[in-house]
Design a protein around this ligand. Sequence first.
Ligand SMILES: [Zn+2]
Length: 115
Amino acid sequence: MANRNMHYIGGVIISIFGLNRLQSNGLMISDELSIILLLLGVLSSRLPDILEPPNGRHRKILHSYLVLVILVIVIGSIFNSLIIKQDDLLVLVFFILLGYTSHLLLDLPNLPVIN
Ligand SMILES: [Zn+2]
């Protein structure tokens, strides 16, 4: 199971990747917004453990493969809609979900299928 710092690092990496993918697909993201998005991604990487604190046995529905699969699908569809039409609110949601997903990816060996 990844520790807190690993989750922050995962959040940074996935957010930089997300920013890069959006910008190389034509989205205009200012430097100021980029910083906010990176912060959102990093903070959201802790979200699963805030919603489901690790006490003894890790993990219920919010740490499950089911949620991971749903997130990947939702992130993909948000990405597609963002490159068609820029929407700053949706960009924020996109980075929150990216951060959350990075957490599940790092917790992957420990995820229940569904619980
Ligand atoms: Zn966790």
